[in-house]
Design a protein around this ligand. Structure first.
Ligand code: EPU
Length: 331
């Protein structure tokens, strides 16, 4: 394993931001993992996949370990086991080709398998936690592997135990329960619209194709337009605030959430109402087809993108009294 000093991560984050780190190493196997230095403190390490959910705002005094994309998927005891460095969408495609259901709604999500449990990736009515059985972690202090069950991962909306940062863990593999009799989920309105009038249940492949089309129609490809997907989470909204907003805005989107009794609203809608859809200052801005996507149009710095995100957050707070929380990791 080669360790590079003072390395620029510009080509390793989809927002395309300049960011130097003290040391950088790429890993592509268990033996690479096991050869990592054992004495590095948690706060001095950063584990990365393709950097598709991260905003760097300053240089890092850290040892950055990046999984090199490499597909490795097996079946063990009826579970699908994927190496953390497997590109997420390769896993989805693999499952569909084997007619195994459970993650077809998560098609085209950028990033690697190892990043998926970190934020419990979700889209179109499905979350990783719905099919995940275990996560294997490597403890770089002890050199031992450990398995966490679904419950131990403490999943919730875009959240998991892995966000607490208090264990020297690197996610190495995940085990998923994917089945050929897994019920298809087309409850999400745009999917219902796509399949309206169809008499039989669509195949996993058709669902993944529909999800891919919907994503491509409104979300920019991070390798063509620098972005990190949804920049903020959809906020849970206090019923009284919802009523107050609805007096002026009858079209306020409200939807149920499986993680808590309160409803959520759309962060994209809030941002659009505040004029941020397509808004741009220099090279920092929000996408013109979806207000929730922070975009680097060229050479915006991490600080400029952060400034734009803070401006948007403040505007939503002032206009609606709602505090937006970042969905991407801001470092
Ligand atoms: N909307 C607007 N303006 C916009 C875009 C959307 O008002 O510019 C409103 C519309 O009312 C629309 C609603 O927002 O019906 C929901 O929009 P969309 O279906 O695009 O979903 P989202 O809530 O903005 C979430 C996830 C996405 C995921 C989609 C589909 C979060 C933070 N984002 O977005 O995940 O793909 O649902 O399930 O939960 C990501 O995490 O990076 C991501 C893209």
């Amino acid at each position: 394993m080669k360790i590079l000093e003072n390395y620029n991560l510009k080509n390793h984050n989809t927002l395309g931001v300049d960011c130097y780190c003290d040391q950088f190493a790429q890993i592509s196997s268990l033996s690479d993992l096991e050869s990592l230095p054992k004495d590095i403190k948690i706060t001095e390490m950063l584990i990365m996949g393709t950097g598709s959910n991260i905003l760097f705002t300053e240089d890092l005094n850290r040892f950055v370990v990046q999984f090199k994309p490499r597909k490795y998927i097996t079946v063990v005891d009826n579970l699908v086991v994927a190496w953390a460095g497997t590109p997420w969408n390769d896993l989805v495609t693999w499952a569909i080709n084997k007619n195994l259901g459970g993650i077809e709604n998560l098609a085209l999500i950028p990033g690697l398998v190892g990043a998926a449990p970190f934020q419990n990736i979700g889209a179109y009515g499905v979350e990783l936690q719905d099919s995940l059985v275990w996560v294997e972690v490597y403890n770089w202090h002890t050199g031992l592997y450990h398995r966490l069950s679904n419950e131990e991962c403490m999943f919730s909306y875009r959240h998991s135990i892995f966000k607490y940062h208090d264990q020297p863990w690197i996610i190495s593999r995940i085990g998923l329960d994917l089945r050929s009799d897994h019920p298809v989920n087309i409850s999400y309105q745009p999917l219902q619209d796509k399949f309206a009038g169809l008499s039989q249940t669509p195949s996993y492949k058709k669902v993944a194709q529909a999800v891919t089309e919907i994503r491509q129609s409104k979300l920019p490809d991070p390798y063509q337009v620098h972005n990190a997907g949804s920049f903020f989470k959809n906020p849970v909204i206090d019923p009284q605030i919802a009523q107050r907003i609805q007096r002026r805005h009858k079209d306020l989107p409200l939807f149920e959430t499986k993680h808590c009794p309160d409803q959520k609203t759309s962060a994209a809608w809030l941002l659009e109402q505040c004029g941020f859809k397509g808004h741009r200052e220099g090279d920092a801005g929000f996408y013109d087809k979806h207000a929730l996507i922070l975009v680097n149009h060229g050479s915006a710095s991490g600080q400029e993108l952060l400034k734009m995100s803070k401006m948007a957050k403040r505007a939503v707070k002032i206009k609606f009294g709602i505090k937006l929380e970042e969905e991407v990791r801001v470092l």
